[in-house]
Design a protein around this ligand. Sequence first.
Ligand SMILES: Nc1ncnc2c1ncn2[C@@H]1O[C@H](COP(=O)(O)OP(=O)(O)OP(=O)(O)O)[C@@H](O)[C@H]1O
Length: 286
Amino acid sequence: MNTIQIRNITKAYNGVTALDHVSFSFEFGKIYGFLGRNGAGKSTLINIIANRIFADSGEILIDDLPATENMAIHEKIFCMSEADLYDTGLKIKDHFKWIHRFYENFDLEKALKISEQFHLNTNLKFKALSKGYQSIFKLTVALSLHVPYIIFDEPVLGLDANHRELFYSLLLKEYENEERTFIIATHLIEEVANIIEEVILIDKGKLLLQGNVAALLETGYCVSGMAKDVEDYCSDKNVIDSDELGGLKIAYILGEKSAIPQGSNLQVSAMNLQKLFVKLTEKGGI
Ligand SMILES: Nc1ncnc2c1ncn2[C@@H]1O[C@H](COP(=O)(O)OP(=O)(O)OP(=O)(O)O)[C@@H](O)[C@H]1O
């Protein structure tokens, strides 16, 4: 089976449980949002998948083979993480050359093209790059690798809005051109909502939810308009949250859409993924 299977993984640091019997799969050929609040356990799990740290118990299978101490398996997976694993004194163009030498699946031409698109100066040393450009360098490497599983841990850390947009569009282009699995661990839920197909949500070291984004969005909807009209409409609804500005209000409602009263100016729109997850992590379930 072409999957990353996470089986009953548990990990504690000095008695503090970071992952508690977590089991689920990342299937091949999908874009995943790997979501969870600060300290939920995302990076810990990514580091276990990438063989950087070991689980206390449980196992990871990549395409049915155990991931630990199996170098061949790790040619199938690349993990762009926050951890700075690069020689900071080396120029970016030399980093690319080294990576090209070690990973036969690294597309040097593509890396140089993506660098140009981001205006990344490849003559600079890693340490001379701003925080945003260090992220850009790392995501350029990830986007230029032809491996089946690519994991991004906070890929847009420090990137401005234009560069974040560019990253998302490049990722979608890569995905269209070549079937792969992209896993994006991020806090910017609304930004990735239109990109991801599947969601894995972990909370306090446990799997809280796994599901298809379209199906999740179908679990509710938003209604907006004049505050009084929205409140009247919502009187018998399961409202998980609302925002108000001036006399206008938007309510986030769980459940099937019911008809909007005739003649009202209420607007109906799709459920907001972020609101849904905030509620989920507050309550531990819908
Ligand atoms: N090296 C470490 N030593 C001790 N505790 C750690 C270590 N790394 C992580 N933890 C703890 O494990 C838990 C999970 O942390 P982790 O970094 O995996 O979460 P995360 O979901 O990636 O968080 P964030 O979104 O804030 O990056 C937290 O309680 C964290 O404090």
